[in-house]
Write a new protein. Structure first.
Length: 325
């Protein structure tokens, strides 16, 4: 076992070099959002879809685009609107006058990294079509099944404040997202640095300088390493206790499912890997607990009226459970 872990650490050297390159690329442009950048990389390595939430102007879309540009893979973007139809996302059969047959024209969902802007602005049937592809990783049109190429990752953004003209995402569908990343306002120092960086630009944008630093093959190899990282049995029990407590906590109307437990395991492994470790620690689990669980649980109406948030309850649950050492 020791020899196997040593070999994994040797492999982590290459992985960490690639991670540091992505961090540097994104960090030069997305100032003051180190945790957001790390969670984007965690989602990439853990093979999960991400929901990015924040008010307008905090670089949600830019973060997703830069992550895509740092990878040598096919990127596509869909702007969700109230009149968007499922065929606008998935694709549609087109009649070919030369052959006299229908040919399937693939929609923007056929790519490696898909940016879905303002996911809550499209109607339920379009959201449902997207969520089905996210879960099944395939599309069936006219009896023909088309499988998504790997890697396949959806980065969706939404504005938590503006609700007019939006369609709330169903709780059961939100479970499709590995993490919900909340992008907050920058600090005064960080905003000053943002202004200074943009002030000196002349007829160009910082994002235009971004070049791919990872290939598809490198991503798949890195994911294989992450999947094989070691997690001690007592840490698996710690994760199970956290998730189980969400189902019995009186402050919660809806608890998390076993899918949430698996999401914590996968995310904690990825976080450990990008920090140069081939094993998971309790701190990794605590760090990913909020972004994994916050969109999978529902507050009771009473606690919601008191002004509590799901993150508050998750933190309370973790404090009540003995942390294994």
């Amino acid at each position: 076992m020791e020899q196997e872990q040593f070999n994994q650490r040797t492999d982590l050297t290459t992985l960490n070099e690639a991670v540091n390159q992505i961090r540097n690329v994104l960090g030069d442009i997305i100032i003051g959002q180190k945790q957001v950048i790390d969670f984007l990389i965690v989602g990439l390595l853990a093979d999960g879809h991400l929901l990015i939430e924040g008010v307008p102007g905090v670089a949600k879309t830019l973060s997703a685009k830069l992550l895509a540009k740092s990878i040598d893979a096919q990127f596509s973007r869909v702007q969700f609107t109230p009149d968007l139809m499922p065929s606008d996302v998935l694709g549609t059969p087109i009649f070919n006058t030369k052959t006299g047959d229908f040919e399937f024209r693939k929609g923007p969902i056929f790519g490696n990294i898909i940016l879905v802007d303002e996911i809550n602005r499209a109607p339920a049937k379009t959201q449902s079509a997207l969520f089905e592809v996210m879960e099944e990783r395939q599309v069936t049109i006219d009896g023909v099944t088309y499988t998504m190429d790997e890697p396949f990752m959806v980065l969706a953004t939404q504005n938590p404040i503006e609700q007019e003209g939006t369609y709330r995402l169903p709780e059961a569908q939100l479970d499709r997202f590995l993490l919900k990343i909340e992008v907050k306002y920058p600090s005064l120092e960080e905003e000053t640095a943002i202004l200074a960086a943009q002030h000196h630009l002349v007829n160009k944008t910082l994002s235009s300088e971004v070049k791919p630093v990872l290939s598809v093959d490198q991503i798949m190899a890195a994911r294989a390493i992450v999947r094989n990282l070691y997690v001690e049995p007592k840490l698996l029990e710690f994760i199970a206790k956290i998730v189980s407590e969400t189902r019995h906590n009186p402050a919660l109307y809806l608890g998390a499912s076993p899918r949430a437990s698996l999401a914590i395991v996968h995310s904690a492994k990825a976080l450990a890997a990008i920090q140069g470790r081939d094993f998971v620690t309790p701190d990794d689990i605590i760090a990913v607990a909020n972004p994994v669980l916050t969109h999978r649980i529902l507050l009771s109406p009473e606690k919601e009226m008191e002004g509590l948030t799901t993150n508050d309850i998750i933190n309370q649950i973790i404090r009540q459970i003995e942390i294994p050492r």
